[in-house]
Design a protein around this ligand. Structure first.
Ligand code: GMT
Length: 383
């Protein structure tokens, strides 16, 4: 198949899922065309089946807000036409699903019919999408897509609960490349971070409010009174300055390191003992799955789709959102010497259920199904 993938070129979340999916599809012989405003971080290699098309947004003094969505639709039209795409798969509804709808309508006037598949990832539904500034467009573009997937059962339910959606939604969970995400021997790094054998807690995110990283600091302050621990925070974002301040106020800054954005997350996960994800909303929790693949148990909130990944008492524990005292208590259980190896093994076993080789065929099957349906219906679905 000739597949167009539209996504944000981000270090985590939907951008990573879209990029890894495209790479796996290309490895399986499909020709994959990425359309986005800059090169996705994990697309830094040559593969004869991978193509990258940058969306150029011209500036003009009149534009206080350059119309990215229009430039994106135009680029989709160009790529679909010039590269004979079979379908467009857009990740994150805003503004990708509505931009794809516009491209589809333009192409229709030229006798070209392109099916649109939209994958909803999380905050496009649970946070940003339901804001009245976007809701009508998000609702319309979900209903007008030829196929829609969500990354968890929880996100599917949220979509039905929060939007007037009348169509089927397929759940295809996120996946992991176990060849990349595996525990590596990084003893020198471990010794540098934890010279006295301290246990290491890790968190990665884009440091937005919804991640509730302040709960990690509060939990760490409690845990630190019982166990020798270090905390590594990977990523960057709007909350970072405030969090650095909080760690100084809590008197824990000597044991907390803000590592900034890192590409080789698996190297840090390789020395971790517990991964912490106290999010207020989380449709799936890909970062937790990456940790589990590196044999790191997870202390998390019970938000959204996290319970579909992290199994309490086996791969880690779930706590109520904001209950950092409970998180500290549960982390102490995992960190016991006789418990940690059991949790580690369970985490890896669970991660294997999300192996990309298991999930990729589900996308391929879904693509085939939508292509067949749109052929049969004469493209009436999104008219
Ligand atoms: O919030 C993020 O980390 C980014 C966001 C996105 O859509 O880019 O992530 C969402 O998609 C990920 C990939 O499907 C999921 O693993 C995350 O759980 C989800 N984040 C939220 O729902 C807050």
């Amino acid at each position: 198949m000739n597949i167009g993938i539209v996504c944000y070129p981000t270090f985590g979340g939907s951008g990573v899922v879209a990029t890894e999916l495209g790479k796996a599809l290309a490895k399986n012989g499909h020709r994959v065309h990425f359309i986005t405003y800059s090169q996705p971080p994990r697309l830094d290699f040559f593969n004869e089946n991978v193509f990258y098309h940058e969306v150029f947004i011209p500036s003009y003094p009149l534009f206080q807000h350059p119309p990215y969505e229009l430039a994106l639709s135009s680029k989709m039209v160009e790529v679909v036409k010039n590269h004979n795409l079979d379908l467009l798969h857009v990740h994150y509804a805003i503004p990708h699903a509505s931009a794809a709808y516009m491209a589809k309508q333009i192409l229709k006037t030229q006798g070209i019919h392109i099916p649109i598949i939209t994958t909803l990832h999380g905050t496009d539904i649970t946070l940003v999408g339901k804001d009245p500034s976007f809701e009508p467009v998000v609702t319309f573009s979900i209903n007008a897509s030829d196929g829609v997937t969500t990354v968890s059962e929880s996100l599917k339910q949220d979509t039905y609960d929060q939007f007037p959606i009348e169509r089927d939604i397929e759940v295809i969970p996120n996946f992991i490349d176990l060849e990349r995400f595996r525990k590596q021997k990084k003893d020198h790094f471990k010794t540098a971070i934890a010279p006295n054998g301290e246990k290491i807690l890790v968190h990665t995110s884009n440091f937005r409010k919804v991640k509730r990283i302040e709960d990690i600091l509060q939990m760490f302050a409690i845990l630190r009174q019982q166990i020798c621990v270090k905390l590594l925070l990977i990523g960057d974002g709007p909350e970072r300055v405030g969090l650095e301040k909080l760690s100084r106020e809590l008197g824990i800054s000597a044991d907390v390191r803000f590592l900034g954005k890192l590409d080789a997350i698996e190297e840090v996960l390789s020395i971790a003992d517990v991964f912490v994800m106290p999010s207020e909303k989380e449709s799936f929790g890909l970062a937790a799955l990456e940790a589990m693949a590196c044999e790191v148990p997870v202390i998390s909130s019970d938000a959204g789709g996290i319970p579909e990944v992290n199994i309490p008492g086996k791969t880690g524990f779930l706590s109520a959102i904001g209950d950092y005292e409970d998180m500290a208590e549960k982390a102490a259980i995992i960190l016991q010497d006789d418990q940690l190896p059991i949790f580690r093994a369970n985490a890896l076993a669970r991660a294997k259920e999300f192996d990309i080789t298991i999930i990729l065929p589900r996308y391929e099957f879904f693509y085939e199904k939508i292509l067949k349906q749109t052929r049969v219906s004469g493209y009436e679905v999104a008219e």
